[in-house]
Write a protein that binds this ligand. Sequence first.
Ligand code: ADP
Ligand code: MG
Length: 318
Amino acid sequence: MEISPNGETAVTDPWPGYFDDLGHPGARRIGAGVEGVVYRLGGGVVAKVWTGRPPSDVMHQVYADIARHRLPFATPEIIEIRRHEGVAVTYEKELPGVPLRADSAHEQYERELPGHQRDALLTVLRGLASVPGTDAMRRLSVQGDDRPLWQGHDRFQDALAALVVRAVTRSGALLAPYVPDFSAGADRTLTALKALPDTPVTAIHGDLVPPNIHVDAAGRPVTVLDFGFYTTAGDPAFEAAVTAAIWDMYGPHAEEHTAELTRLFARELGHSPAALAVYQAVYALTTFDLFGVDDSEGHFRWCASQLRRNPVFLGRAS
Ligand SMILES: Nc1ncnc2c1ncn2[C@@H]1O[C@H](COP(=O)(O)OP(=O)(O)O)[C@@H](O)[C@H]1O
Ligand SMILES: [Mg+2]
């Protein structure tokens, strides 16, 4: 706490002092998100102070599994996890590039999706789809859930179907007032999900929003970070579907951007449009209650609106 010249008290950030005591003078805050605050310590190391759920040992292994593959972009590497006064602090390698942009809640996205953004997304999706799914990835749980996604399942689609059932059981009654014919739509989504063909499973990031991709000066993706929110092993079409949906959630052209990216990923990556629509409905049905459970909260409202126009949920898929 500091007393400012006009006599008001201001809260001083205690963390740079803490890092200084540990031998890292000059720690500077470089990023902040939903789950924590990130400081550059120098020497190629950053520290992340977690307000949300810190990465588990399993996550550590997942990062190692991904790093074994030669991807055209860097991915996180955890050096050490410590605790300070009950707060988890992870020390990680500093990753190159700058965030592709701020998220769509904080910056207006123009109508035209820049070509370099489309190319960056295709590079990231192709790269992640080249990493085979591993045991550690299957042991992760999706945010808000109470068990590893794959526990008791040997097909991705069955594991996801069980997650949909858990989320709908947990809070479906709170979403139903905002989505006409909710329970029939959820049933249609489950039926379509379970009928999807098996595919080899690959690494799924699950939260490819613009701040989680760093680019170089030419706009090429050089880093993909912030795994964990929905990270698992799964059908690469799931990653493509979710990315198309969440890339621009809150901008004035969000709906068009989702439609355009969904078509782009179907065409360029060979995913079936029907499967992409199924996974988009599944994403909404499994995340809607994570930040709030009525339409005063943006993510909840967004999920409801996704479902109100999803062709699989509505039973209008060809
Ligand atoms: N290892 C790192 N190297 C460089 N920048 C990082 C690193 N980790 C996080 N950042 C920066 O901090 C921001 C927030 O970190 P992130 O892991 O995405 O947290 P959150 O879950 O809070 O979104 C990122 O968008 C990124 O720009
Ligand atoms: Mg982030």
